[in-house]
Ligand binder design. Structure first.
Ligand SMILES: CCCCCCCC/C=C\CCCCCCCC(=O)SCCNC(=O)CCNC(=O)[C@H](O)C(C)(C)COP(=O)(O)OP(=O)(O)OC[C@H]1O[C@@H](n2cnc3c(N)ncnc32)[C@H](O)[C@@H]1OP(=O)(O)O
Length: 231
């Protein structure tokens, strides 16, 4: 474990969503929730063209305001600022699948109980693929993140090498989905994790992930990413 992996799992180790660690994240979670609602409203509204044009102008004005505020580009920049918590806390807020403060993320919550990992997630209308059901790419993304966090319990966290998803039946929108996972094997740099996704007690998909700790180590991988986050 290193600076990045130390404490990574802690914020997730609770059945309740871990509360924000500062007023900054509290404020950002509120904004993220408002943007999630905006997403749902955008895909469902059949307002007039004039109303849509007016809404666009309002959002564009807000974007200009936020573009003029101080910004940090990427989780590593947040970590290096020293003001926004440890890596696990920052990832808990900004991760693309699990981040509470990232409106792209459906907001995956997860926790450990013994040697099993559990999680819950709900995907709104913006995640629709087949009519009324979650897009399969998001199901895979949820497994990638969930199994990716579960493998941290094995003590040798790595990057997703291979992820196999078996879609057994469609996964419904606007429904609390339940995840569970267990470590199948952890040897040297490879960790194998398998998991299930359930809706209303029925398994809709299963997955197996093989995670490989990079030969250079995770921290070196992160350093390699500096400059990729846009300015
Ligand atoms: C970016 C910075 C991140 C910072 C993180 C901070 C700490 C957080 C800590 C922990 C949290 C983790 C949370 C993750 C959750 C999200 C998961 C994702 O979405 S990850 C993104 C998608 N995945 C990739 O982009 C991988 C891209 N691929 C690679 O980087 C490399 O190919 C890598 C690391 C997978 C392997 O590279 P090698 O050079 O270290 O591997 P070699 O030495 O060749 O192989 C070692 C063993 O692994 C097998 N192997 C290698 N690649 C494999 C693969 N793709 N599938 C299956 N097996 C593979 C090989 O056959 C070999 O096995 P034999 O020892 O011979 O038995």
């Amino acid at each position: 474990m290193d600076e990045l992996t130390a404490g990574l799992f802690n914020p997730f180790a609770s059945e309740e969503v871990a509360p924000p660690n500062s007023s900054h994240w509290e404020a950002k979670r509120r904004l993220a929730e408002a943007v999630r609602q905006l997403n749902d409203l955008l895909v469902s509204t059949v307002a007039s063209d004039a109303e849509l044009a007016q809404a666009s102008a309002q959002v564009e004005a807000l974007n200009r305001t936020l573009a003029d505020t101080p910004r940090l580009h990427g989780t590593l920049a947040y970590l290096k600022s020293g003001e926004h918590g440890h890596y696990g806390e920052i990832n808990h807020e900004l991760n693309a699948v699990g981040g509470q403060s990232n409106p792209l993320a459906p907001g995956l919550n997860m926790w450990l109980d013994g040697n099993r990992a559990y999680g819950t997630v709900r995907c709104g209308l913006a995640y629709e693929g087949p009519p009324g059901f979650v897009h399969g790419g998001f199901v895979a993304a949820i497994f990638d993140q969930f199994l990716g966090m579960a493998q941290v319990a094995g003590g040798q966290p790595g990057m997703t090498g291979t992820l196999t998803v078996r879609y057994l039946r469609p996964t419904p929108l606007n429904t609390e989905l339940k995840l569970s996972a267990q470590l199948s094997r952890a040897e040297d740099r490879k960790t194998l994790v398998s998991g299930e996704l359930r809706a209303g007690g029925e398994i809709t998909a299963t997955a197996e992930g093989l995670f490989v700790r990079p030969s250079r180590g995770m921290a070196a991988m992160a350093e390699m990413a500096v400059g990729n986050s846009g300015q």
